[in-house]
Design a binder for this molecule. Structure first.
Ligand code: A2H
Length: 272
């Protein structure tokens, strides 16, 4: 990484507590989302809207979200934002956010309401802004770095080889990954076309993963090749083929989609 500032779009992924309360899904023998649900029903989160903030460099792809990834290895914090909200992010991100005056005012103040482990969130239903689905699910991803972004990665399998191969792994080995693939993964696949690329066509990540023979997340070399090839074209030659900016180049659509989400209260600017 250079010395420059990376400016992310922080996407608000809202927890759907009513839907969570109705579900009796289990993960690793425990009720899905039990800790966060209890805090919302009768504890420290009562009356608050609770969102995970996912850091992305590709806001124009948000129409293609099929789920959101958390790391099973990260303990996240749940932080007070204003009087009625709470955000789930890594501790490191919370510190940066506080100094960007994004959390509780004044600048620099951090009020952590509780901790929540990545595993405590797997299977929780959420609303992802601009996604084609009313509800999607939080799923585990091993490769999430705690030292980057917010530690929360929203998933666009049509355009991100990392996201696509992770979902393939979860669908193939649900018992190993402790996920209910029939309910949380398969209904959202295959990925639908969003961006057209000259070489990689309309669902670029799928084509690149197949071309470079990426069989699982563990094929690091092949995965890196797929990403290189795809991202080289993505920014300069991609054209939107879905949504209100259909027909526009990705470069033009990106700031427009971002501004739409920020104006709707569905996204923030987050820098590090
Ligand atoms: B991107 P950069 Cl469709 N650990 O969003 C691992 N990956 C992370 C992360 C973390 N802690 N935080 C964010 N990311 C991902 C969309 C997307 C992304 C598409 C295509 C490419 C792409 C949907 N996932 O990123 O190292 C997030 O995934 C390609 C680089 O700061 C974020 O944008 O440059 C991107 O990596 C940020 O990576």
């Amino acid at each position: 990484e250079g010395v420059g500032v990376q400016e992310y779009t922080g996407i608000k992924i809202r927890i759907l507590f009513d839907k969570l309360a109705e579900s009796d899904d289990q993960v690793k023998g425990a009720r899905v989302g039990a800790k966060i649900l209890e805090a919302h029903q009768s504890g420290a989160l009562k009356g608050r809207e609770v969102s995970l903030i996912a850091a992305t460099l590709r806001p124009e792809t948000m129409y293609g979200q099929t789920n959101c990834f958390v790391s099973p290895e990260i303990t996240y914090g749940v932080y007070e934002v204003g009087d009625n909200e709470a955000w789930i992010v890594s501790k490191r991100a919370a510190r940066n956010m506080a100094f960007q005056a994004l959390l509780k005012k004044p600048r620099g103040v951090i009020n952590k309401i509780m901790d929540v482990g990545g595993w405590d969130l797997v299977g929780v239903p959420v609303k992802a802004p601009l996604a084609r689905f009313d509800a999607v699910y939080l799923l585990p991803m091993e490769g999430i770095l705690e030292a980057k972004g917010t530690g929360v990665v929203t998933s666009v399998p049509s355009d991100s080889p990392d996201d696509y191969i992770t979902l393939m792994d979860l669908a193939k080995k649900p018992a190993f990954y402790h996920v209910d693939a029939e309910k949380w993964v398969k209904p959202f696949l295959p990925p639908l076309p969003l961006i057209r690329l000259p070489t990689w066509g309309d669902v670029g990540a799928v084509k690149a993963v197949e071309h470079f023979k990426v069989k699982s997340q563990k094929d690091k070399k092949e995965l890196a090749e797929a990403k290189d090839a795809l991202y080289k074209e993505g920014f300069y030659q991609g054209v939107m083929i879905y949504g209100p900016y259909s027909g526009k180049p990705v470069q033009e659509a990106k700031p427009l989609v971002r501004a739409d989400m920020i104006n709707a209260g569905d996204a923030i600017v987050y820098c590090e």
